[in-house]
Design a protein around this ligand. Structure first.
Ligand code: ADP
Ligand code: MG
Length: 383
């Protein structure tokens, strides 16, 4: 760090642009049987102001724990945290700013609303608690509550008891509560997993457009890859408390770095095999025969997996021959509107193939030929 740095922060140079900075954060839990679990295991994230990030990972990978640490609801056991350039936690420097002074809004899966209170009181709640000197005047609170309810599209429900609202409406109330408090950072923990599919779609779009308009920094947790793809500026894929890949949706979809990421995001065919390198180029020997691949990453051992996206495969009802071409049997056919998904059994391997519904007419049990370009086959270690 330069000697002329204005103020020492946990984040170091450039931190003035950071909305949320997480540095080497760890949090362990002791299970009832005495085992120690690393729920968050050295996570580092540099989220710039106004960005929308999604933390994506399966149940149990540490998403909620990480959010709770950032919010101050859980005390980490190592690392550093700052919000809008202000350190809020540092083990080393013994900083632990309490939740209510972190300036963070939260929208949870279970809504965390007061069911017996009306919408107005719920939305106003964060503004009417805490030290009296920090509370805005009543008129100001009232204005902010109304404005937030307008923004989330439920101004008419202001007097309604929250217990009488639908799941989607309750989630709008929690969103309004986070907005009314005027926080620059809002954390979302699977906020849409309890609402039905149609409302979920709609709220997703609304959350994103509200975030763009108001400009807050968002960190959104989900196990739903589609949701992640739709919302995120950047996605951090989490596994066992670690960020295993970080990038744009596009990047993560097209260049998954591990089998775990490839299988978690998008429809992928994963075929195990042994790498063969000779004058004929690189091929992988597998249970369904040899697969030609275009490029081999450096430092790859012999045990590999070939990963290819379902939409990169072709299917034909006419016999075909050539490199990376197989004959198989149609197991299932699913219509997804934009594409048709076939599962095709080649030997013992089930392959997913996405194709244009207009392009192929076939039925379960039929014989088809399938194939994939070598350039569409990614190679990685079998870990
Ligand atoms: P996610 O939100 O991704 O489903 P969590 O953060 O809830 O994951 O949990 C991560 C891991 O930490 C899990 O193994 C979970 O069992 C464990 N864990 C979470 N909270 C506690 C707790 N209070 N006590 C003990 N273990 C916990
Ligand atoms: Mg969770």
């Amino acid at each position: 760090m330069s000697a002329t740095a204005v103020a020492p922060t946990a984040a170091g140079p450039g931190s003035e642009r950071l909305g949320i900075h997480v540095q080497g954060l760890t949090k362990h839990f002791r299970r009832k049987n005495g085992d120690l679990v690393a729920a968050v295991d050295g996570v580092t994230l540099e989220i710039e102001r106004g960005e929308f990030w999604v933390l994506l990972g399966p149940s149990g990978c540490g998403k909620t724990t990480l959010l709770r640490c950032i919010a101050g609801l859980e005390e980490p056991d190592g690392g550093e945290l700052s919000v809008d350039g202000r350190p809020v936690y540092s083990r080393e420097r013994r900083i632990h700013v309490p939740t209510e002074r972190r300036g963070i809004g939260m929208v949870f899966q279970g809504y965390a609303l007061w069911p017996h209170m009306n919408v107005r009181s719920n939305v106003a709640f964060p503004l009417t608690t805490g030290p009296r000197r920090n509370r805005p005047p009543r008129k100001e609170i009232d204005r902010r509550v109304r404005e937030a309810l307008e923004l989330v599209g439920i101004p008419e429900l202001i007097e309604q008891p929250v217990g009488l609202l639908s799941g989607g409406q309750q989630q709008r109330v929690s969103l309004a509560r986070a907005i009314a408090a005027g926080n620059d950072v809002v954390l979302f923990d699977e906020p849409l997993s309890n609402v039905d599919a149609k409302v979920r779609e709609q709220l997703r779009v609304e959350i994103r457009s509200l975030q763009r308009r108001l400009g807050f920094t968002a960190l959104y947790v989900t196990h739903d890859q589609e949701e992640a793809m739709e919302l995120a500026d950047k996605i951090a894929v989490l596994s066992n408390g670690n960020v295993v890949q970080l990038g744009s949706a596009d990047d993560i979809y097209n260049n998954p770095r591990t089998r775990y990421v490839a299988e978690f995001i998008g429809a992928a065919n994963v075929i195990e095999g042994t790498l063969v390198r000779d004058a004929g180029g690189a091929r992988v020997r597998t249970a369904i025969g040899e697969i030609a691949v275009a490029t081999v990453p450096a430092d790859l051992g012999d045990d590999v997996v070939v990963i290819s996206r379902a939409h990169r495969w072709w299917v034909s009802t006419e016999p075909r021959q050539g490199e990376n071409t197989w004959v198989g049997t149609v197991e299932t056919i699913a219509h997804f509107g934009s594409h048709l998904q076939l599962t095709v059994k080649v030997g013992q391997q089930i392959l997913k193939v996405w194709t244009d519904p207009e392009h192929v007419s076939t039925s379960g049990g039929a014989e088809v030929w399938v194939g994939v370009e070598p350039a569409a086959c990614l190679l990685m270690g079998d870990a």
